[in-house]
Write a protein that binds this ligand. Structure first.
Ligand SMILES: Nc1ncnc2c1ncn2[C@@H]1O[C@H](COP(=O)(O)OP(=O)(O)O)[C@@H](O)[C@H]1O
Ligand SMILES: [Mg+2]
Length: 393
């Protein structure tokens, strides 16, 4: 046996790795119906281009708040040849035992006649996807995120918020509450005859949730930075911060004062925001700023490979923090990750995943890239809307 074939010992006090133990997809993208049982630990999915590897990870990503790893519209992921409804259900191993989690699209016509996403946790309807954050923890890296640092800030904000969800599950509710209030204020301003007292109520909601959002993001960024810069992994150390108006204010004022200042600012900006079609300032405009610690270079100026390595460093730091603070290791969805990494980094990524005990779902077309995971992961072959257990490369 070579060293890489021996799984490292896992301490008895090690936190519970979140793990999908049973998964069922109905009418989701290329899958008409799929049921699979899975052990804990990493999962390798191989298959040719278009086989459905990313679709499967996307289905898993809907077990957390948001629109999944492709930012798809709800109806878009329904199988073309299907009825228009879709569902993803899983049995999730958590620190609190096995939980049943499900989500899907309830088409217009059922219930109130509006197309909507349903979420069920342990057999009961949950009021929104934000509740998923308390049960499941998922982080992903996809090829589309290779451009995360050079594209619009919205992608970086979503990434940042996902990092926060895992450490502070209340964050998902804060973000959806803030967005809802912001949309309502924009609508009232647009209509042009809003009652100032009613606007003040909404702005108060925005100030409270907005300040909490900025504070949580800032707090998580600082802790992630600390973990990443202390790490001995062969991934670049990442300096992580959040750039934004409220974040700046929080540098030298307590939360209560920032909240009051933001409330006043919103009240003063009604005319301007009405012109602009919405609030021009607030946490919805903040940005994640990442630096390559050793060189000091901003991530957007690093090479493509270095940017990917920085993202991996951040995701690993987040997984370590979640393990330490929540006692739960998040599920990692690593789409086509191996192809980007040289052999050394690939081997250490796999080692870190094993050390963490994380159920990482790792995809690739070439089974040869996963030799390091032989005997340490489950291998599945994907094709034609089906999954089959494969013999390791
Ligand atoms: N809504 C849908 N219904 C049915 N098939 C779909 C749907 N969306 C995408 N597909 C198909 O899924 C396939 C892509 O699957 P994907 O998971 O991205 O492949 P890969 O294994 O390369 O990651 C394509 O063949 C595409 O036509
Ligand atoms: Mg793919």
């Amino acid at each position: 046996m070579t060293a890489s074939e021996i799984a490292p010992p896992v301490a008895a006090t090690w936190p519970t790795p979140l793990a999908v133990r049973w998964l069922r997809l109905d009418e989701f993208r290329s899958y008409a119906g799929l049921t699979v049982e899975i052990a804990e630990g990493p999962v390798v999915l191989t298959g040719p281009n278009g086989a459905g590897k990313t679709n499967l990870l996307e289905a898993l990503s809907f077990l957390s708040p948001g629109r999944g790893l492709r930012q798809a519209k709800l109806g878009e992921v329904a199988r073309w040849q299907g009825s228009g409804a879709w569902a993803v259900a899983a049995h999730l191993q958590t620190a609190e035992g096995l939980r049943e989690v499900g989500t899907g699209l309830v088409p217009a016509g059922d219930g109130d006649g509006r197309e909507r996403r349903a979420v069920r946790i342990d057999g009961a309807a949950a009021s929104g996807a934000a509740e998923l954050a308390a049960v499941s923890g998922l982080l992903w890296l996809t090829p589309a995120m290779d451009r995360l640092f050079i594209e619009a800030p919205s992608g970086r904000r979503r990434f940042l918020d996902r990092l926060v969800f895992g450490l502070d599950p209340e964050h998902a509710r804060r973000v959806s509450g803030y967005e809802k209030a912001m949309r309502e204020r924009s609508r009232l301003l647009k209509e042009g005859r809003a009652d100032p007292a009613w606007l003040a109520v909404i702005e108060d909601r925005m100030a409270k949730s907005g300040t909490a959002i900025a504070s949580a993001r800032r707090h998580v960024a600082a802790r992630l930075s600390a973990v990443s810069t202390a790490s001995e992994d062969p991934f670049p150390k990442a300096g992580i911060s959040v750039a934004g108006l409220l974040e700046e204010w929080l540098d030298d004022a307590p939360e209560a004062m920032v909240e009051a200042r933001f409330r006043a600012r919103l009240g003063d900006s009604r005319a301007r925001d009405a012109q602009a079609g919405g609030a021009l300032e607030g946490p919805h405009r903040a940005d994640l700023a990442v630096r390559h610690w050793a060189s000091g270079a901003p991530a957007e100026q690093c090479s493509t490979g270095e940017q990917k390595a920085l993202l991996i460093a951040i995701v690993l730091a987040n997984a370590k923090l979640q393990a330490a603070e929540r006692g739960a290791v998040p599920i990692l969805l690593l789409d086509e990750i191996a192809a980007h990494l040289d052999a050394d980094r690939r081997a250490s990524l796999f080692d870190r995943v094993i050390e963490l005990g994380a159920q990482a779902w790792i995809t690739g077309t070439d089974p040869d890239l996963f030799g390091e995971l032989r005997h340490r992961a489950q291998f599945f072959a994907i094709g034609e809307g089906q999954i089959s257990e494969a013999v390791a490369a």
